[in-house]
Design a protein around this ligand. Sequence first.
Ligand code: CP
Ligand code: NVA
Length: 337
Amino acid sequence: MKHQINLKGKSFLTLLDYTPEEIIYLLDYTQALKKKKKAGIKGRLLEGKNIVLLFEKTSTRTRCAFEVAGYDEGAQITFLSNSQMGKKESIEDTAKVLGRFYDGIEFRGFQQKTVEALAEYSGVPVFNGLTDQYHPTQILADFLTIRENFGKLQGLRLAYVGDARNNVCNSLMIGCAKLGMHFVAVGPRSLWPEEDLHSKMVDLAKTTGGSIVLSDDPTTGVQGADILYTDVWVSMGEEDQMEERIRLLHPYQVNRAMVEATGNPEVIFLHCLPAFHDTHTAVSQEVYEKYGLKEMEVSDDVFRSEKSKVFDEAENRMHTIKAVMCALLADNDEMSK
Ligand code: CP
Ligand code: NVA
């Protein structure tokens, strides 16, 4: 497949920096790479490239996705979770050093301005593996999973339920606005997205045929949804707010009643994972009992139902991250063949 798009040398910090065509290009690139991997073909697109994975926060999927994706295409990977950055050394100096060693830098951590500074001072492409504000690589995997299930993205209705001011919700809202999807954030008003981003996305969606709506009603808010999406009620770094979030969010649990409330027999369930869906992941039995909960943001039966595509979505993290690294770093573009 021939594409005119060239992303070589660009960073991947937020979907705000990418056009709809570029996002679709990354999804198409992923499809080609996924097909290649399933056919057992070893790639060499990242041969000779050194990539460092800089982690301030914990991870299973994102770290492993970057490592496996990189190795599949011949890259050398360094995992770094105990650097001097922010302790004995500034972000600027760290970026300048890493930029001399590496061809690309992945960062997962707290502040969006850290990933932006790494890109500014390193001189090499930087990939945002999650900050407090955005989680852009996650949304590529979500959109690929949606496209695999529905054969399209444009015009679909995605209801994101729960903590609607977190990184995943922000990035989903941007992605939906860019690709002409109907996005509804369903949660209590105190957890609605920040107004500035929300109003910009409302305006953007008007130009793409999509729409962005906020609702605090867990029944009407999800009506007509093709995709029900939720995330943890407490993101990394906010653990001290657990009880307050349970109090605010327990009416917004994704369960069978909510699936029914969509009125759509074809609805699918997505979650970026990790998920609090059973007692194995119970954070506090005492808090659960106080609110009569067995699970948190999603009931175990929905999580394990045939509607749930969460493990396809998790697998797609690896394929989509591979496409991002190849599109931004590779000398030879798989898509131009
Ligand atoms: N979805 C996601 O980012 O998972 P990890 O926190 O395990 O990387
Ligand atoms: N919102 C979650 C996403 C985890 C992948 C967090 O930031 O912890």
